[in-house]
Design a protein around this ligand. Structure first.
Ligand SMILES: O=C(O)CCC(=O)C(=O)O
Length: 472
């Protein structure tokens, strides 16, 4: 049974964090990753690939709180392997209230220095709606558990901590959203729904503190208090860096206090009406939060959401025509109820009219029946190969990396996409056969000069991808 040693506890108290700790096995990591990869797709936004995720309890595209719907994610953060370490650091009674996926794709920028000193809203300035309300006089406890799901290295943006900063509250400064602490990370925009004009940075000079970068292997965990200043660098490698964190407080802390006034829109524009906390250890003697062991969706609804994710993330081949309209209208029937009564004008809005007709067919069909029919239809559709869903530049990069690795008899993660081909000692015969095979794979003729004009994997893949429409 792994427990924290005295020196690790001391490290946490003095520096504000501890780790990396060996917690999850490779098979557990594969199980968690499979859940995230099945329920996501990679989209290119401003030429930067980004992992799109969806929360089926909050019904919104977000990287946040996926534990509310996805069992593997809830299991990860309810695991006694983690909870007993938190008990050693804090309290016997703990609520899991928030999780967030941090997927840094190659080329993705930094997350700047930040801390959460009291209320919880690190991404905005002057929060109107703090997510947490602490009882007066109670000492602050908001523990974060950060789990590496890919290896996090100095090159791909591992976490960095400024030791001892958890004893000091740094001033927050308002800046335009595109200069804020999360501006470098495309998918963080999902968290605040791209609607923020302003964000914050902290008046903090890292040169005045002892700073430590903390690489972690997949399955390792870092625990820190939200008060310690932390950040992560840009991903300058060709490897994705996937991580997920969870936050825990005592049951005496009120989560989303504004929901008591029937205000269910949180500071990041998520509708938290169906948000709940999980009591992961001890007991709740306060009764001020919505606490569940698991969400209150029944099996039919869970199946429906899983199937809708296959459609949402392009993991099934959708049919054309009538069956596609039936699928769309069943989805609408489930999510919105019976179709609107007013009949759209068939001349002015022909598509809307066809949809209305199809939706109208399901009038009177119960939500449960619509969910079952939808799930039945989707489960029969052919699956799409996940690899094909990557943006074209990523597919080409992956193809080139594996080709070069095989040719040189090295591991794919030893291939650096920014190193010139000539440094890999690829001769002209190798270049000619690579051009031929790449051309055959891409189904187009490639000029023999390609490797001279685009001298490394990165530039070559980007060039070839820009010559064709993107696969999204
Ligand atoms: O994973 C990252 O890059 C940043 C994580 C972070 O800022 C946090 O967990 O609070």
């Amino acid at each position: 049974m792994n427990m924290l040693a005295q020196d690790q506890i001391k490290h946490f108290v003095e520096k504000g964090w501890c780790g990396p700790l060996d917690i999850f096995s490779q098979s557990e990591v594969a199980y968690f990753k499979d859940c995230l990869e099945t329920n996501s797709s990679i989209k290119e936004v401003d030429s930067q690939p980004m992992m799109m995720l969806y929360n089926n309890v909050l019904n919104i595209n977000t990287s946040r709180d996926l534990h509310l719907f996805y069992k593997p994610i809830a299991e990860m953060f309810k695991s006694p392997k983690i909870v007993r370490l938190l008990n050693q650091l804090g309290e016997p009674n703990l609520l899991l209230w928030n999780t967030n996926v941090f997927c840094k794709m190659p080329g993705e920028g930094e997350i700047k220095w930040h801390q959460v000193y009291d209320s919880y809203d690190p991404s905005s300035y002057d929060p109107q709606k703090p997510a947490l309300l602490y009882p007066e006089g109670e000492d602050f406890l908001n523990l974060t558990v950060w789990v590496a799901l890919d290896d996090a290295t100095l090159d791909n943006g591992c976490l960095r901590f400024a030791n001892n900063t958890h004893y000091k509250k740094f001033q927050r400064l308002q800046v335009p959203a595109e200069e804020g602490m999360f501006a470098g990370v495309k998918n963080h925009k999902m968290v605040w729904q791209g609607r923020r004009q302003y964000s914050a940075v902290f008046d903090f000079n890292e040169n005045e503190w002892e700073v430590e970068a903390v690489p972690a292997r997949a399955g390792q965990v870092i625990i820190f208090t939200e008060r310690v200043m932390h950040c992560s660098g840009a991903n300058n490698s060709n490897q994705r860096r996937l991580a997920i964190n969870a936050r825990y407080v005592r049951p005496s802390v009120q989560i989303y206090p504004h929901r008591l006034q029937d205000d269910f829109i949180d500071e990041n524009f998520h509708n938290i009406k169906r948000h709940f906390c999980m009591l992961v250890s001890g007991q709740d003697n306060f009764g001020i939060n919505v606490i569940r062991d698991w969400n209150n969706l029944d099996d039919t609804e869970v199946e429906f959401h899983n199937m809708s994710n296959l459609v949402r993330f392009g993991h099934v081949e959708l049919p054309q025509g009538k069956q596609q309209i039936e699928i769309d209208s069943l989805y609408q029937q489930v999510m919105e109820g019976d179709c609107p009564r007013a009949e759209p004008d068939p001349i002015q809005h022909p598509r809307k009219y066809i949809q209305w007709q199809a939706w109208n067919q399901h009038k009177g069909m119960s939500r449960c029946e619509a969910m079952k029919r939808y799930s039945q239809l989707i489960s029969k559709l052919p699956r799409v190969d996940r690899q094909k869903k990557l943006p074209l530049s990523e597919q080409i990069k992956a193809w080139l990396v594996s080709y070069v690795a095989e040719l040189l008899k090295i591991e794919p993660d030893e291939v650096d996409c920014t190193v010139p081909f000539e440094r890999y000692a690829l001769g002209s015969a190798d270049a000619a056969s690579l051009t031929g095979e790449l051309g055959a794979w891409l189904e187009r003729d490639l000029p023999a000069t390609l490797f001279y004009n685009y001298p490394n994997i990165e530039t070559l893949a980007n060039h070839l991808a820009s010559e064709r429409p993107l696969v999204c």
